[in-house]
Design a protein around this ligand. Structure first.
Ligand SMILES: [Zn+2]
Length: 277
């Protein structure tokens, strides 16, 4: 074959390959993951499963990449949802603002050349972590350092309250105060919130909008991709299996776990892993 023709064929081949990759990736469902701490913690010290092992996180990032996902901060995911272009985008989010997010997560993000979002409880800075008091929440200068590393800082309210227990005005004040405190700290806009316990009602969502947020997210797959203030995230617990991860991607995990045999199997496997370390 003439060399210019073969060059044209390879260019066309590359073009169709790139087009195919983009088409496949855009068919992937949008995906948001809800983590907490990043540390190698045995299950007997982490009964609620709030820590992901660094090696598991790297494996999950690899898997997301092999599926064709592109990594965006949560605020960017919100913008994509508004433009109806969120297919193929994934956002890694970390709730509560644990100190290991700076020590363990940042080096992983740098090595993988991706970013993430940390939702900080603005009134807990520097305090022991209620669910694992052997560690603590980031202090003010550490939140700034995390922001300087390119991690998006979001709000997780001021006091980690269930916003559905507050009046509209109470919820708005709790949300707005957290936003203002964090914005003052990092001298940048804080546009997203993760609702504590994933709990919202219609009033909470209105209060969140009135408090100046563009995006909000829940847990356990609750919410929907049609409302930027009520976006679903999948819970990423300690020792999440790759099969579980795939089911979460397709939003089938929570539905499956409502079935008694699946719940019993999960309980049993957690007990075995807690004993074996
Ligand atoms: Zn939380």
């Amino acid at each position: 074959m003439d060399s210019s023709v073969s060059r044209l064929v390879s260019i066309l081949g590359l073009f169709f390959y790139a087009y195919y990759e983009i088409m496949i990736a855009s068919e992937l469902p949008p995906f948001a993951l809800a983590y907490h701490g990043v540390a190698d913690v045995p299950l007997r010290r982490d009964p609620v499963g709030l820590f992901v092992r660094p090696r598991d996180l790297r494996r999950q990032i690899d898997r997301l990449r092999s599926w064709g996902y592109r990594f965006v901060r949560f605020g960017e995911l919100v913008e994509l949802v508004v433009r109806d272009q969120a297919g193929g985008a994934v956002s890694l989010t970390f709730d509560d603002g644990l100190v290991d997010n700076l020590e363990e997560l940042v080096p992983i993000l740098a090595a993988e050349e991706i970013s993430a979002t940390v939702f900080v409880v603005a009134g807990w800075l520097g305090k022991p972590y209620p669910w694992a008091p052997w560690t603590r929440i980031l202090n003010a200068s550490e939140v700034r350092a995390l922001h300087d590393e390119g991690v998006e800082i979001g709000s997780h309210t001021l006091h980690h309250v269930d916003l559905t227990t507050l009046s509209h005005e109470g919820a708005r004040e709790e949300l707005e105060a957290s936003r203002l405190r964090l914005e003052e700290l990092i001298a940048a806009t804080v546009g997203s919130v993760a609702y504590p316990f994933g709990a919202v009602n219609d009033d909470t969502i209105d209060a969140c909008r009135d408090a100046g947020f563009a995006g909000g997210c829940r847990t356990s797959g609750n919410g929907g991709w049609d409302d930027p203030l009520n976006l679903p995230r999948q819970d990423m617990d300690n020792r999440c299996s790759m099969l579980g991860f795939r089911l979460k991607r397709d939003d089938r995990y929570e539905r499956l776990m409502r079935l008694a045999p699946a719940r019993a199997t999960r309980r049993l496997s957690r007990r075995i892993r807690a004993v074996t370390g």
